[in-house]
Design a protein around this ligand. Sequence first.
Ligand code: NDP
Length: 487
Amino acid sequence: MIAAKTQIEPGQLLIEGKWVDGTKSFDTINPATGETLTQIAEASAADVDRAVAAARKAFEDRNGAWRKMSAGERGRLIWRLADLLEKHIDEFAELETLDNGKPIFESRYVDMPMVIDVLRYYAGLATKIHGETINTNETAFTYTLREPVGVVGMIVPWNFPLLLASWKLGPALACGNTVVWKPASQTSLTTLRFGKLAVEAGVPAGVINIVTGPGSIGRAMVEHSGIDKIAFTGSTAVGQEIMRNAAGSLKRITLELGGKSPNIVFADADIDNAVKGAMTGIFYGKGEVCNAGSRLFLESKVKDEFVEKLAARAAKMRPADPLDPKTRLGAIVSREQMQTVLSYIEAGKKEGAKLVAGGNRVSVDGSKGFFIEPTIFGDVKNDMKIAQEEIFGPVLSVLAFDDVDQVLEQANNNPYGLASAVWTRDIKKAHLVSRRLKAGTVWINTYGLMDAALPFGGYKASGFGRELGAHAVEHYTEMKTVWLNMA
Ligand code: NDP
């Protein structure tokens, strides 16, 4: 295993611009070795109260530094955060890889560059958030104001720790909100390091507060009367719980939840490109990706050839040291997640799906890390557990189809609706299928591409509210109507 260059400090809580200890602490583990990286502070309910009070104060104080900032100044501050992150990009990428197990190639060349892009996108957008003048009648001057929603609670999962946080932080700050940010307990390191950048960049005290700890901290935020909105990414089960718990305070919520995305290949597609797309679709990020192309639908005519090519590529893709720049499949985030994935592999075997690649835990460099081979099941039926449930690991289910109606019926016959893809050279078919897929994103002849300007989010059990792009502003602002009577 390659030795890390980054010095990792124990984690504290960031409340009102100051780093403070929690009452307890917990270990954060390197999933590639099973060893402890450092200790992270565990916030108490009282710490959540303090963080919310700090965020409220920074938001409400009309003479405070944050409220006095113009939109342009807020934009420059967000840009400064992006610049600082760019300066320290290697360190951030290494921390993300150590904490999550993802290949350094992904952290350094995909995740961190996109965090920087997202921050710069919202830095630019800060000056373009406005209401409208709406002419109603001659004796009225009527207009709308777009005002920040207040204190935003950001609850973030472990698969893209800093990236999914940036999708929330960028619009929250651009709109003039303050935040209380809870990373997943397994992956707090880049959040904590980012907190240091925020202090260095001159973000006013109380604007960004970080509380680390277990799910109960997230729950305390959801139920807290001092928080106006929750922006959540994570599992559908926790999303449902958040919806219930937010009802008491009628909090605004956006939920980006799980997926079981169909990746549909027609016989007329560029098959070699589609094979590469199917590989990226499921094995990028170890398959711990909400929009993973975990259900591969192949037109029967090309199925055997396709599966053969796929299995040959999967056999060459060995899990390896995440810090090695050549690695493309890293370690599963935790022992529990590895066990979940292995139990789905067993379920697939029991249900009679045909294992065509992988299927086992493997050891890398003799470490005790959590590695699983890239795994492919052929001959999967749509009602099998491995076709219906989100596995969140490097496990692909392959299904066959004969015509457009049949594949659409099966593709949409799933609780989720986050993303999807279509591979074909027939442009009309591509667009018709795109319209009929019940999913927040459709890729045509590619898989998984994202851009800070493009909305992302789900249909059905994949949640609601779109992140990224200019529409996100709607979730971080309230709209006020002003009516001046001129009669
Ligand atoms: P969770 O949904 O449990 O966690 C996401 C975030 O919510 C974490 O910060 C977590 O804290 C926090 N949280 C947990 N319980 C509550 C609660 N009751 N109220 C408020 N916040 C809470 O995802 P997991 O990390 O446990 O992953 C489980 C499964 O979820 C995965 O196997 C996968 O299927 C799915 N998932 C989907 C993701 C997506 O992007 N769509 C991302 C991650 C997971 P803590 O980490 O401290 O428990």
